[in-house]
Design a protein around this ligand. Structure first.
Ligand SMILES: [Cu+2]
Length: 321
């Protein structure tokens, strides 16, 4: 038995080792194919992955193409980060098992591996470059301004409410054709159409505010003075009432500085604007197009201001009293 096994020809041993290697390579290839297939499936069902994991913490339900692009970038980044994470966990556990303590000999304390060092310098640079590339593309798209947007609205913020001016052109020199002013009693409603590109031009009368409609997945600071922050959405995709808020701490009543974005059909929007041009109030114009005249998503707050407590001392500041 022993003699026979020692007689085994070297070529046979090589042959056996070759078969084992092939089997291992075959299993490796199968595992690789499985992993690749799973990754492909994961990517092809990208939208559902986002839904399944609740957007990985990103707000869902955006109503503009821009918001969808930002959402997709986030989901893809999370999937990429998870893939890298899983690979790193695999490496950690593989090292723990493969190089576990086997005897009392101290392992070599210094060792370098050029390919490895090269890899872990290049890999993070690659990861950052890819993330940067796609972020720059989406960011440029979100900040893109068209030459002639279909609708231009001027957003005026002040402590502590909003005014929305429908404009006949772009920039400070354009004219306001209709306007909605928020008061302590009535929440201002910004009426806009679906399917048209909309430019928001922002200006503040006092301090820095921030115009934020959560469903746009976007907010931009509203600055006082000469700075006129501008952004555009290429369209609003679904009709409805959406709450809007001030997202920059601006003073005592900051938390109550709400408005409503009401998205209607283009025909209704044209009728609304015509009614406003005819001198109707925003509430009357909304009623005329069959919309709820008052905000549905938020309510006016109690200012507790009365003539008595609002400005008890009528003397101007610095009057010497
Ligand atoms: Cu504010």
């Amino acid at each position: 038995m022993v003699a026979r096994s020692s007689e085994v020809r070297p070529s046979a041993v090589r042959h056996n080792a070759g078969a084992g290697g092939r089997r291992r390579r075959g299993a490796g290839r199968l595992a690789g194919l499985g992993l690749g297939g799973a990754a492909l499936l994961f990517l092809l069902t990208g939208c559902d992955v986002g839904k399944t994991f609740h957007g990985f913490g990103w707000p869902q339900g955006g109503i503009t193409p821009q918001s969808h692009r930002m959402y997709d970038l986030w989901i893809a980044s999370c999937i990429a980060a998870l893939a890298v994470g899983v690979f790193v966990w695999f490496l950690i556990f593989w090292c723990v098992i493969r190089y576990r303590k086997r005897g009392n000999d101290l392992p070599v304390q210094t060792r370098y591996n050029m390919p490895m060092e090269f890899l872990y310098t290049i890999a993070p640079i690659l990861v950052v470059s890819v993330l940067f590339y796609y972020t720059a593309i989406v960011q440029t798209d979100v900040n893109k301004l068209s030459k002639n947007p279909d609708v231009t609205v001027e957003v005026v913020a002040f402590k502590w409410n909003w005014q929305f001016n429908y404009r006949d052109g772009q920039g400070v020199d354009a004219n306001t054709v209709a306007s909605t002013l928020g008061t302590s009693e009535v929440i201002p409603i910004l009426v806009l159409p679906t399917g048209r590109s909309i430019r928001f031009e922002e200006t503040s009368r006092d301090v820095i505010h921030s115009f934020w409609v959560p469903e746009l997945l976007f907010k931009r600071d509203v600055m006082p003075g000469k700075i006129r922050n501008v952004f555009e959405v290429s369209s609003l995709d679904s009709e409805g009432a959406y709450v809007g808020r001030c997202a920059e701490l601006c003073g005592t009543y900051h938390a109550f500085m709400n408005f409503e974005l009401r998205v209607v059909s283009p025909e209704e929007y044209d009728q609304f604007l015509a009614a406003k041009r005819d001198g109707k109030t925003t509430q009357e114009a909304l009623t005329a197009i069959g919309e709820d005249p008052y905000a549905q998503t938020t309510a006016p707050f109690e200012t507790r201001r009365t003539e008595h407590n609002f400005n008890p001392d009528p003397a101007p500041a610095g009057a010497g009293r």
